[in-house]
Design a protein. Structure first.
Length: 79
């Protein structure tokens, strides 16, 4: 079991072992939910990084990817 402490501003760090096990990277998003009095955290990989280099489309901008990512995140949270 890994531990982290909550700061006065309710911030905490993800322990190194957890980051490595989940392959967390800067820009990834953590989706939080509570079920049966337990916290479940799901990793949503950085959508802009996942798409980089996969499409040769000049209309594909950071803003359009970010907008789509926000839509997908809201869908995930709503599940």
């Amino acid at each position: 079991m890994e531990l982290s402490k909550v700061s006065k501003k309710y911030l905490t760090s993800v322990p190194a072992g957890i980051r490595k096990a989940l392959g967390l990277e800067v820009g990834d998003i953590l989706a939080w939910k509570v079920e049966n009095n337990k916290v479940i955290i799901e990793v949503i990989k950085n959508p802009a990084k996942a798409l980089r280099g996969k499409y040769d489309d000049s209309s594909l901008t950071y803003e359009s990817v970010e907008e789509k990512a926000d839509e997908l995140i809201m869908q995930e949270i709503g599940k």
